[in-house]
Write a protein that binds this ligand. Sequence first.
Ligand code: ZN
Ligand code: ZN
Ligand code: ZN
Ligand code: ZN
Length: 192
Amino acid sequence: MARMKGPIGGPEDPRHGTFNGYSNLLCRCDPCKATAKEVNAIAKVERFTRPKTGKEHWHGTYNGYHNYNCRCGPCTAGNTIRSRELRIRSLIRKGLPTPEEKRLDKEFAISKLKAHGTPKSVEIGCRCSKCMTYITKKFNLRRLSEGRAIHGKASTYSYGCRCIDCKLANKIYRHEQYARGGNRYPRKKVSK
Ligand SMILES: [Zn+2]
Ligand SMILES: [Zn+2]
Ligand SMILES: [Zn+2]
Ligand SMILES: [Zn+2]
């Protein structure tokens, strides 16, 4: 390939479509870009597959993770940190709230809640025990209504299933509870 000196010329210049044209002469015509892309792809494969000694200078960096495809502990950690920074920077640039801001907003909203275990508290994102109970109940009621409930469980009984398995499980559960000394309130008579 002709290695002429000086800036790249018109379409007749034989240096178009060479890596030199792209990287040294800074030409961005289609043939030069295509060649550069190919060369970079080959170099990337070479970097990816080159055996690693563990002593390379790039360990622990985003570069090591992405450009050398290294998944060692430090490179993975380096990538996590850098990715987070990049994501936060892009959020700030777009004027969107960062995860930290969102977390603080959520905490603030939760601290202002008047009641827990309600659709609102759950939607805001509270996961206290009361809210968790609400979520579980909602989930189980949905399973039951979709006919996907797990039968033979006292909890399924409590969500309204009266199949023979759930009735039995509930009976056993009540007995155990009674034996432990809990729930001594007189039970409502369930008509058979
Ligand atoms: Zn070119
Ligand atoms: Zn590494
Ligand atoms: Zn809550
Ligand atoms: Zn059942």
